[in-house]
Design a protein around this ligand. Structure first.
Ligand SMILES: Nc1nc2c(c(=O)[nH]1)N[C@H]1C(S)=C(S)[C@@H](COP(=O)(O)O)O[C@H]1N2
Ligand SMILES: [Mo]
Length: 200
């Protein structure tokens, strides 16, 4: 990965770097609903579906041969912990635009994970330059419990948007709640506005 560039998430440059109601931790907690997914990369496919001219499916080898970038970002979990200075390597969401023609009616994205987890994002949030489909964290392949082989990282929203064990994404015309968003969490989840719960 010699051509990789480091993108620093702009939230790291804030003078108050930790959002309201958050505590900094040095650990990397493991949090998810259901079991850790054990993904067999020989069967795994990355699928781009929904409002696209033509659907695309990539094998893990094809996915890994896409151009890679490096992102530095902070993590803010809605349960109250923040972990600063993480580095991620992987495929920028912007790269998706080179793989498919997205129809003009598309305005939202649903990210799909092995095991059925989903999370929704506006296209604006999804295509920010610090959003990455990560294959490595802090120099090591993503561990199974943290989402091997591919996890999404959305630095500027609460960490539940950072889907583990990603296997695809679907472009949609209107927004709809994913897994946590339909279990009481906010439809968007901006930590700086403390968008934690859906009744807000
Ligand atoms: N597939 C999947 N991804 C998921 C979740 C989940 O339940 N399933 N939980 C989210 C939540 S709530 C958090 S806080 C982070 C935790 O990531 P970590 O275990 O790597 O710390 O994963 C997010 N991604
Ligand atoms: Mo979470």
């Amino acid at each position: 990965m010699e051509d990789e560039k480091l993108i620093r998430s702009p939230d790291m440059e804030r003078s108050q770097r930790v959002p309201p109601g958050q505590q900094v931790t040095d650990d990397m907690p493991v949090l998810h609903h259901g079991p850790v997914q054990r993904v067999d990369v020989s069967k795994w496919k990355f699928k781009i579906t929904g409002l696209v001219q033509k659907k695309v499916e990539l094998t893990f080898d094809q996915f890994k041969s896409l151009p890679m970038v490096k992102v530095a970002s902070d993590i803010h979990c809605v349960t109250g912990w923040s972990k600063l200075d993480n580095t991620w390597e992987g495929v920028s969401t912007g790269e998706i635009k080179t793989l498919v023609d997205i129809l003009p009616s598309a305005r939202f994205v649903m990210v799909h994970s092995v095991g059925g987890f989903t999370t929704n994002l506006s296209m604006e949030d999804f295509f920010q330059p610090d959003v990455i489909f990560a294959v490595r964290q802090n120099g090591e392949p993503i561990a199974p419990e943290h989402g091997f082989p591919v996890r999404l990282v959305v630095p500027r929203l609460y960490f539940w948007k950072s889907a583990k064990w990603v296997e695809g994404m679907e472009f949609m015309e209107s927004d709809k709640p994913g897994f946590w968003e339909s279990h009481g969490y906010h439809i968007r989840g901006d930590p700086w506005k403390e968008e934690r719960y859906d009744y807000q």
